[in-house]
Structures are given as structure tokens and as C-alpha cells.
Design a protein. Structure first.
Length: 252
């Protein structure tokens, strides 16, 4: 009994946070990463695939841990892995742990290796699958926000999360108006700070993109602290609202 109390006091916060986007399969020990994140209060974790190999690994981790995954073929793998797309629907139908399609989209930076036409086609195909299954899409967009938004509108995708949002506050507000979610990473530029101030908390989520950008999913706490500060609300409110947004978006 005594040790339980001591253990409890060591937990820094009673709050529960949610990391909207990370890459657990890129950690050396995903299980340990999840365990440590839990200790810090990260309750909800969405890991993201993007290639056939990443998807496979993410599904395995999601089945083993109490976390969820999205799968898809991102722009980086448009040439090598586009054949995988036919498998997505079946995989989703057979798993309770795959909760969306991602990260998918358009990236002008990799256009030399992966033709933009091919990227668009692949993205549109996956958006179609998402709409058919009524699943959210996790977007990776670099230099292609308007085109991504156009394809989402054309395919009638109603649920989308813009991972590592690259646009400005006007674009963010437009997307939020459509019911899409803007995901804030631990890279807080002036532009992102303006987005945080302008966009309603009902359309914001926090992510780490760890281990690529953040170090661990627990870094989402820092993102939430900044959101709370900039919006002039409590950390409790940001933790609760961003968690609720993610759960609502992914039906979890
Ligand atoms: Zn990512």
C-alpha cells in the first residue's frame, strides 16, 4: 500500500494526453517507448505507416500494444509501393486497430523520384478508399495544400487530419471550416503560433512525429503547453479537447 502511494506521487501529472501522429516502428524498442509515454500520461497514440514495410510493422505494433495505426502509401513510396494500395481495404476490414489511411498526400520535394501525376493519382485512390470505408485520412502535404484539398473535395472525404500542417492561418481556417483537423507538431514557427491562436480548439490536435521530429510521444505535452499558453486556456482543457478530437476523428 505504502509503495503504491509513493509511486503515485512520482507521476508528474494526472492529465491524459494524445499524440495524433508518430512513427512507433522507427523506435528501437516500440514497447518500451509506449510504456514510458504512458508513465507521462500519453493515453492515446496513433502511429502512422506510409510504405508497405512501415504499414506491416505498425500493424504488428498496434496489435501488440494498446495503440492504433493508420496505413497507406505516402508520396515517398509512390513509385515503389503503389501496388500495395489494393491491399489496404482488406487489411482495414480485418483489423480493429487500423483506424485510418495515412500518411498519404502529395510532396513536391520528392517529385524528382516520384512523379507528381503518379502521387496525385495514388493519393486520390486512397482518398476514395477512405470515403468508401468512412475512415479518416492522415495527410502529408509539402508544397501541395491546394491540390490536396481539391482532391479531398473531389472524392468527398469528410474526415481528414493535416499532419505537420504546413500552411498559413488562412488556409488552416478554411480547412477547419470543412471540419478537418490541423495537427500541430513540436516545431513552433511564428506561422504555427498564429494558427494556434486563430483556429478553434475544436479543430486542433497535437502530434510529435517522433522519432523524426519529436524525441518521444511524450513530447506532445510540450506542444499542448504551448497551445494552452497561446490560447490562454488551461493545460487541462487542451489535453482533454485534443484527446477528444482524436477519439472522435478516429472512432476510438
Ligand atoms: Zn510522419
Amino acid at each position: 500500500m505504502q509503495s503504491l502511494t509513493v509511486e503515485k506521487l512520482r507521476v508528474p501529472t494526472h492529465l491524459e494526453f494524445a499524440d495524433a501522429h508518430c512513427h512507433l516502428n522507427l523506435f528501437q524498442d516500440p514497447q518500451e517507448t509506449v510504456r514510458k509515454a504512458r508513465e507521462k500520461g500519453i493515453g492515446t497514440i496513433i502511429t502512422a505507416g506510409g510504405s508497405a514495410k512501415d504499414n506491416f510493422e505498425c500493424i504488428k505494433i498496434a496489435e501488440r500494444e494498446h495503440i492504433f495505426t493508420v496505413i497507406g502509401i505516402g508520396p515517398d513510396f509512390a513509385t515503389s509501393d503503389s501496388g500495395y494500395v489494393v491491399e489496404i481495404e482488406g487489411l482495414i476490414r480485418n483489423s480493429m486497430k487500423i483506424v485510418g489511411i495515412g500518411e498519404v498526400g502529395i510532396d513536391v520535394k520528392v517529385a524528382d523520384k516520384n512523379d507528381i501525376g503518379l502521387q496525385k493519382e495514388l493519393f486520390a485512390k486512397q482518398a476514395e478508399i477512405a470515403r468508401r470505408l468512412d475512415m479518416p485520412v492522415v495527410i502529408h502535404s509539402r508544397g501541395a495544400l491546394d491540390e490536396v484539398a481539391r482532391i479531398l473535395a473531389e472524392t468527398h472525404v469528410e474526415k481528414a487530419l493535416f499532419h505537420f500542417f504546413e500552411g498559413d492561418e488562412t488556409q488552416a481556417l478554411e480547412l477547419a471550416k470543412k471540419g478537418y483537423f490541423i495537427s500541430i507538431p513540436p516545431a513552433l514557427t511564428g506561422k504555427r503560433k498564429r494558427i494556434i491562436k486563430e483556429v478553434s480548439l475544436s479543430n486542433l490536435v497535437a502530434e510529435t512525429d517522433s522519432p523524426i521530429v519529436g524525441e518521444t510521444p511524450a513530447d506532445v505535452i510540450g506542444v499542448c503547453e504551448t497551445i494552452a499558453e497561446l490560447k490562454g486556456v488551461s493545460l487541462e482543457e487542451v489535453a482533454a479537447k485534443t484527446t477528444e478530437n482524436i477519439r472522435r476523428l478516429f472512432y476510438i
